[in-house]
Design a binder for this molecule. Structure first.
Ligand code: ADP
Length: 270
């Protein structure tokens, strides 16, 4: 089968005043559907630049990027946005949730801005709730971000990435703000989505132990791929979680105190 992502001699240069920054200097990579690729490398090696191009947020200066059989390297910004909305979900380090908006409404947002899906309000609600349930947060749909722990907020962000049913999930340092246990919980969700739903995952991380949850390991250096190899001893997040002692009560339960913002908004759908 043709790879879901094909990158050929990808170059990205930025001009900063008289200066030219060569962020990508000829990257080549094929990714098959169903892979879970961990991308690592030192700061400034071009990982985020690659992720922006793979996510159709930016275009390469030269080289080719074929996504699911379609050459997107030279597409207009509007066409890129359509491809992005159809095929790609994003998860970031900082969650990027709207603070005065419930978990359910946060998850629903990509559907509101998606002109190609054209769903009815009830369908949008149902899809958002289904996505929240798939990350174990169906019971917290009417919570606001500040009523949720960091790990729960990241799970809402993952649900938001899933709600458009993307074929590829791009995650940029998704565990960067999380403690060890919560990081493993997030990696458990990624591994489950990858194994059970076959979602292709590309994950940027500078933490080697997080990279080991993937199936393949790509290391960047100076805007190029330095090494590209299978993960030989893959970590299993579910098994690791089962072996951990139970979490402290205040880690497991989010703040449930009455929240003035929640009261002001009147809960879901207000
Ligand atoms: P990484 O994600 O590995 O830290 P980046 O892709 O963010 O690397 O950056 C690669 C290089 O490109 C760095 O030297 C960075 O300063 C530069 N760079 C990234 N984005 C821009 C931009 N928008 N304008 C100018 N230089 C940039």
């Amino acid at each position: 089968m043709a790879p879901i992502l094909q990158v050929r001699d990808l170059v990205k240069t930025y001009r900063v005043g008289d200066h030219v920054v060569r962020a990508l200097r000829g990257a080549d990579m094929d990714v098959q559907a169903g892979e879970f690729v961990a991308i690592t490398g030192p700061s400034g090696s071009g990982k985020s630049t690659l992720m922006h191009i793979l996510g159709c947020l930016d275009r390469p200066t030269s080289g080719q990027y074929i996504l699911d059989g379609q050459d997107v390297s030279r597409m207009s910004k509007d066409d890129l946005a359509i491809v992005r909305n159809r095929k790609i979900g994003f998860v970031f380090q900082g969650f990027n949730l709207l603070s005065r908006t419930t978990a359910l409404d946060n998850v629903e947002l990509p559907l509101l801005y998606n002109n190609t899906l054209k769903l009815k309000t009830s369908e949008r609600h149902a899809r958002a709730l289904e996505a929240l349930k798939s990350v174990g947060l169906g019971e917290r749909a009417d919570h606001f971000p500040n009523q949720l722990s960091g790990g729960q907020q990241q799970r809402v962000a993952i649900a938001r990435a899933l709600v458009t049913r993307p074929t590829i999930l791009l995650a940029d340092e998704p565990t960067g703000n999380l403690d060890t246990r919560t990081s493993i919980e997030v990696m458990d969700i990624f591994q489950t989505l990858n194994k059970e739903r076959g979602i292709t995952i590309l994950l940027i991380t500078h933490e080697m132990d997080i990279a080991e949850y993937g199936t393949r390991f790509v290391r960047f250096r100076d805007g190029k791929i330095q090494t590209d190899s299978p993960v030989l001893h893959r970590r299993d997040a579910k098994k690791e979680l089962a072996a951990l002692p139970p979490p402290e009560p205040d880690e497991a339960t989010p703040a449930t105190v009455a929240d003035p913002v929640a009261a002001e908004h009147g809960g879901v759908g207000a």
